[in-house]
Design a binder for this molecule. Structure first.
Ligand code: AMP
Length: 616
């Protein structure tokens, strides 16, 4: 592809680096790496001290955004404006996380169980994609300072268990940060690559990657064949990590000296947590730890720590057993074990994992950096700098369909390996809808009108059902010659329709390059329009169902409830006609807060009536 030197922010021609960066976008920490003088290297802060950037954002009342350590400092003082663990929300809808609000000090919100979650700060709503983009921007900035040049291409890692929506959300975050995401790769694959595992296309092996971080634990079983990494099984615990070891130490100190719990002075409890983490880290290379806080002696030795940590470690080993069972393999089939995550520095953890698999663990690389290092190696392979590795065929532009509001839904993202088949389920938006138009587009922009139309067809004779009930599977099958077969099938009635398209036909490399640059230059603006259209679609659904609700339950609503619901509904209708996404979200939230208890009551009454009917 032609090299074009354009600043994607301003459009100015200027110095560009052709380095492709590797990014580990983590739950607690993130970092960026690249190949420097032939070596995978993590980029450190300007003092050269830290490669890790805490994945934390702080929204200042003035409108500024702090990222990383500066934001972390605000966690204790301004928790409701400080966002952490945003990765746990990526690609999730409210139904997925509604029971987890207690883990978050900031407000997570949605009005519709099916819509993607948003985070509320003051009267503004942010999507996890936008928030992740801010972290990516900070990492991009960090490496641009180091290289004294702009970077625009990246490989980003995600957990092996991330689904399609979570991977797409990660890609979108990259795009908003001004990064063309060449590939999304699995974190365990990156860790293996960092150790050079899988580079030789001749070898076939199965490895285990054990990743114990600050707050999450993952075990992955990977099969490597012909340079392709296949995830055979994953297991883990999204709420188990180094923090739990700190808590175990605190519990031990409290048992020895119950007075500690009562001490509420001067941030004592948070200083206690810091001391516990310090003790844990100290015991990774020493036998005894001793400190004192407000004249209270706090001591612990290595043996005691291992005794109190045994339960936690056993839980991770149980997950390893489950992953092996799911992969249908015995542990003797595992040839190597790679450890990832800061908590694998604990010698007892390392030993337990090694003993369980009966193998030496690969732990020479910094466990905090290994995923980012592997991502930078994958990036270098994509840049064509590592000639000994075969690149599989990939699709140059995303392929997708038009959804409500003229939005592009990318079904096969750009840079996917071909051949590939991806299927996704859709439904109707109108009661009794009989036909569904499937329009197929190619390109990276959020609105289909800015992309290239490849063809369309109509799925006819859908049996009449209420909106949202039909299950329509749209599948894209792309073969190695770039021929795309798009098929729509209504799963309840088995109605099928399909077309065949030559996806790359008629596009030169220059035209493709232009489409990519357009998408990066317009990413922020596209995101805003997408946000507005999505909020409007959601609002329209809520308006329809609220109108229905008011009619159906007229008898059980008090006059005041009717007036107030109608007023809030009118506010929402008005907001939906205007251009402010936050105003729409706010109106939805207000309507939802007011009507939720009424809806519960209506539901109770309906159930009671139904029960009465049963008895007759
Ligand atoms: P990560 O999410 O991979 O950055 O992991 C961070 C976790 O690793 C935190 O819980 C740290 O307390 C823990 N950690 C870092 N260094 C050490 C060490 N030397 N010994 C034990 N745990 C450590």
């Amino acid at each position: 592809m032609a090299k074009i030197s354009i600043n994607i922010g301003t459009g100015e021609v200027q110095k560009d680096s052709n380095v492709i960066i590797g990014i580990d976008l983590g739950t607690t920490n993130s970092l960026v790496a690249y190949i420097k003088d032939g070596e995978a290297t993590a980029v450190r802060d300007k003092d050269g001290a830290h490669a890790l950037v805490p994945s934390i954002l702080h929204f200042e009342p003035s409108g500024g955004i702090l990222v990383g350590n500066d934001a972390k400092e605000k966690l204790a003082t301004e928790p409701e404006r400080t966002i952490y663990s945003v990765k746990r929300l990526l690609g999730k809808n409210y139904g997925d996380v509604s029971d987890k609000q207690q883990y978050f000090s900031y407000k997570i919100i949605d009005d519709d169980q099916e819509a993607l979650v948003k985070v509320k700060i003051d009267d503004k709503f942010y999507s996890p994609i936008q928030l992740s983009a801010e972290i990516l921007k900070a990492l991009k900035h960090r490496i641009e300072v180091e290289l004294e040049a702009k970077v625009s291409k990246a490989v980003i890692t995600v957990p092996a268990y991330f689904n399609d929506a979570q991977r797409q959300a990660t890609r979108d975050a990259g795009k908003i940060a001004g990064l063309e995401v060449l590939r999304i790769i699995n974190e365990p694959t990156a860790a293996a690559l960092a150790y050079g595992i899988g580079r030789d296309p001749e070898t076939e092996e199965t490895i285990a990657v054990y990743d114990l971080g600050g707050g999450t634990f993952d075990i992955s079983i990977l099969q490597i064949q012909n340079g392709i990494f296949e995830v055979l099984a994953t297991n883990g615990d999204t709420f188990l990590g180094g923090d739990d070891f700190d808590q175990a130490i605190i519990k031990y100190w409290v048992e020895k000296n119950p007075a500690i719990t009562a001490n509420q002075s001067d941030n004592f409890q948070s200083r206690l947590r810091i001391s516990a983490e310090e003790a844990k880290k100290h015991l990774s290379s020493n036998d005894d730890f001793k400190t004192s806080l407000d004249q209270i002696d706090l001591t612990i030795d290595k043996n005691t720590f291992e005794t109190i940590a045994a339960d936690l470690v056993n839980r991770t080993i149980d997950s390893c057993k489950k992953a092996l069972t799911d992969s249908g393999l015995d542990k003797t089939a595992i040839s190597r074990v790679v450890t990832v995550g800061g908590s694998t520095r604990i010698p007892f953890v390392k030993k337990s994992v090694g003993d369980f698999f009966g193998k030496k663990v690969y732990d020479e690389l910094n466990p905090d950096e290994v995923v980012a290092l592997g991502a930078s190696i994958q990036a270098d392979i994509l840049a064509g700098n590592q000639k000994d590795i075969l690149l599989l065929d990939i699709t140059p532009l995303s392929l997708g369909i038009e959804t409500v509001g003229g939005l592009m839904d990318a079904i096969i993202p750009r840079n996917s390996k071909v051949p590939t088949r991806v299927a996704r389920e859709y439904t109707t938006s109108v009661d009794g809808q009989k036909n569904l138009k499937v329009s197929v587009f190619q390109g990276e922009r959020d609105l289909v009108k800015d992309n290239r139309k490849l063809g369309e067809f109509i799925l006819k004779d859908i049996p009449p059902m209420p909106a949202g009930i039909p299950k329509i599977e749209i599948s894209f099958l792309l073969d190695a010659d770039g021929i795309l077969v798009v098929r729509a099938k209504e799963l309840r009635s088995n109605t099928v329709q399909e077309i065949e398209i030559r996806s790359q036909y008629g596009l030169s490399e220059e035209e493709m390059a232009k489409m990519l640059i357009d998408s990066l230059q317009n990413a922020e603006a596209d995101m805003k329009i997408r946000g507005l259209l999505e909020a409007r679609n959601e609002a329209n659904n809520i308006i329809l169902s609220s109108d229905k609700f008011l009619k159906q339950h007229d008898a059980i609503l008090s006059d005041e409830e009717k007036t107030q619901t109608t007023k809030l509904l009118e506010d929402l209708k008005k907001a939906a006609r205007e251009e402010d996404k936050d105003a729409i979200n706010l109106a939805m939230e207000q309507l939802n807060e007011y009507t939720a208890p009424i809806a519960h009551r209506a539901m109770d009454i309906t159930i009671a009536e139904a029960m009465k009917g049963e008895k007759l």
